[in-house]
Design a protein around this ligand. Structure first.
Ligand code: NAP
Length: 313
């Protein structure tokens, strides 16, 4: 069914999470080029304002920014209340905010891994379910959920991350079928490696496979995602190599997939930490990897009421 959003006259609105850099910023720029008004969310307000400034200055679109830690369910309630106050109903939601952590699940901080689930899974689901009713009511628009090639397979060495992306993919595919005749588009974007801050945040070491695999640019991934969404595709895998990897999972035994992915994540390079009878290494980084899951996260008391981009005031 064709999506009415593409023929509807007048301004269109998109809410993009994780728009302070990487793939989210690339989405923001592409949509701004096409005249979409934007609502950008992430934790680093200065970076959000930078992206908002560029989009407004170069394309004249209206841009709102809101600093929020979406791993905190209360912050999602605050975001929803703010959208209500502004009477702001996005036509398109791009659930892009997410992070990964490299290391053995038993060695990494339990709290950090639960926060990953809160962001990659809970926030994505919560925002989708909160914002979809408006799209269904207008029978137009839809949701892009950023999953990953990782969503198609188990990932020893990044076990929780791969599992979160499997959730995103499964949820999105099922939702797309449930809403098939309701005039909305629901897509899962599944990139392979992309040149962003993701690897530094995850504390991923360079492995033979990460060196060999071609890295895409965030812009090319966002462009493929946006184009696939326009075409109404449910699962979008950018690039031939990534399509081949996904295709290979159809005939490669799961045991072999586990082995290959352990090479990719560098599991062998991650020395196991001693067993911890308390069930995790909260706050400590184990397994010889380094990561900073809270990169530039603002202090909790520092989250302020939303502001319009200075460029729009
Ligand atoms: N890069 C890859 O190779 C790759 C491959 C497949 C899938 N992906 C997926 O693509 C998505 C975007 O990642 P990226 O590659 O663009 O990495 P990135 O450059 O690290 O961007 C991640 C974005 O998420 C935001 N974010 C992180 N934690 C947040 C939180 N608690 N609350 C709100 N926003 C938060 C970050 O902003 P702040 O730090 O300002 O909050 C940033 O804007 C992720 O879902 C990732 O899993 C990436």
């Amino acid at each position: 069914m064709a999506n009415a959003i593409w023929t509807r006259p007048g301004p269109k609105r998109a809410l993009i999470t994780g728009a302070s850099g990487g793939i989210g910023e690339a989405f923001a720029r592409i949509l701004a080029e096409e005249g979409w008004n934007l609502f950008l969310v992430a934790r680093r307000e200065n970076e959000l304002n930078r992206v908002a400034g560029v989009c407004h200055a170069e394309h004249g679109v209206e841009v709102h920014v809101l600093r929020a830690d979406l791993a905190d369910p209360e912050e999602i309630v605050r975001l929803a209340a703010h959208l209500d106050r502004l009477d702001y109903s996005p036509d398109v939601l791009i659930n892009n905010a997410g992070f990964g952590l490299a290391g053995r699940a038993t060695d990494l901080s339990r709290e950090d891994q639960l926060r990953m689930i809160d962001l990659n899974v809970r926030a994505m689901t919560d925002l989708t379910l909160r914002l979809l009713p408006h799209m269904r009511a207008q029978r137009a628009g839809g949701v892009i959920n950023v999953s990953s090639v990782a969503g198609f397979m188990p990932g020893p060495g990044m076990a929780v991350y791969y599992a979160t992306k499997a959730f995103v993919l499964s949820f999105t595919e099922a939702l797309a079928t449930e809403l098939k005749n309701e005039g909305v588009t629901i897509s899962a974007l599944c990139p392979g490696p992309v040149k962003t801050g993701f690897f530094a945040t995850a504390g991923m070491k360079k492995t033979l496979l990460t060196r060999l695999l071609p890295m895409k640019t965030p812009r090319s991934v966002a462009r493929d995602g946006w184009q696939g969404f326009k075409e109404g595709r449910v699962v979008i895998v950018p690039g031939l190599m990534n399509k081949l990897s996904v295709h290979a999972t159809r005939f490669m035994p799961r045991a072999m997939q586990r082995h290959v992915n352990a090479l990719f994540t560098g599991l062998r390079q991650q020395r196991p930490a001693r067993a911890d009878t308390t069930g995790g290494t909260d706050g400590a980084t184990g397994g010889g990897t380094e990561h900073d899951a809270t990169r530039d996260a603002p202090a909790a008391e520092d989250t302020q009421a939303a502001q319009k981009s200075p460029a729009t005031e």
